[in-house]
Design a protein around this ligand. Sequence first.
Ligand SMILES: Nc1ncnc2c1ncn2[C@@H]1O[C@H](COP(=O)(O)OP(=O)(O)O)[C@@H](O)[C@H]1O
Ligand SMILES: [Mg+2]
Length: 265
Amino acid sequence: MELSAVAERRGAVTPVLQIRDLSVARSGELVIQGINLDVRKGEFVGLVGPNGSGKTTLLLTILGLLEPIPNTGGEVRLYGNDGFSKSDHGRIGWVPQAGSKIPNHIRITVREIVRLGTLNSRNLSVFGGSRRNLRVERALEMVGLGDKADSEISRLSGGELQRTIIARALASEADFLLLDEPLVGVDPPSRNSLLKLLDDLCHQEEITILMVSHDLTAISQAAHRIIYLEGGVRFDGPSEDLPDFSSLAGLRGIKHVHDDHSHDH
Ligand SMILES: Nc1ncnc2c1ncn2[C@@H]1O[C@H](COP(=O)(O)OP(=O)(O)O)[C@@H](O)[C@H]1O
Ligand SMILES: [Mg+2]
C-alpha cells in the first residue's frame, strides 16, 4: 500500500520525511543500504556515524541531488510527496558542511548573505521585494543577528558566521532544516548558543531539524532522537538510550569532543 494511504487511514499527520528501503551508491560503491526512517514535524534528530559512513550522502539524497539505486524500490518522500515537489521548494533549508567557509576577503554584509536565501524560482516576481525583505529581517531576528545585519562577514566570529548561514536557510521560509556538521570550526561558547538557537527554532517555531555531527556530546544534549548510521541505520531512538559506541572496536572519526582528558595524563 502507498505510504500516504497508510497515513491517511490512520488519520495521522504526514511525516515531514519518509525514507523507505533506501540504498545509494557513489562511483559504483554501495554507500548506504536499506535505510528506513520517518521524521515528524518539530522533531530534532541528530545523525551520527564514523567518517565516510554516508551521513552527507543521506542528506544529499533527501535534497534530491543523489538518487536511490534504480530498481531497488527505494524512496524518499518529503511532506508526503514523491521526491522534491515544486510547491515545497523553499521549505527545506540546507546548511552545508563547511558552509561558513566563505572567503573573508569578500566584502559582503550579513544581510546580503541572508538575502541570498530568498532567491529561488518561486519568488522571481516583481511584487516579491517587500515580502522578501520581511523574510530577511525575520530570519536575522530569529538567529539573533538583527544588530549585526550591516556588519561585513569578515568581522564575525565563527559562531556568528554559522548563524548567518542558518539565517540564509531560514530566509527561504524553510520549516525543515538539514545541517551538515554545523558545529565544526565554532568555538565552544558559540557552539552552545548555536545549539540553543536550534532548540528554540524547534520548540518555538516548530521547525524540524536533521543535523549531522560527529560531536556526540553536543548532539545528544540537543537532539531528542539520535540516528546512528554506518552503512545502514544501527541505532534510532531517544538520545539518552544511545549505546556507548565509543567503546566499540573499529569506530573512528566519532568522538565525545568535550570529554575531559585530564585522566589521560
Ligand atoms: N563525490 C563522491 N564520489 C564518490 N564517492 C564519494 C563521494 N563523496 C563521498 N563518497 C564516498 O561515499 C562514502 C560516504 O561518504 P559521505 O556520505 O561523505 O560520508 P560522511 O558524511 O558520513 O563522512 C565514502 O566512502 C566516500 O568516500
Ligand atoms: Mg559528511
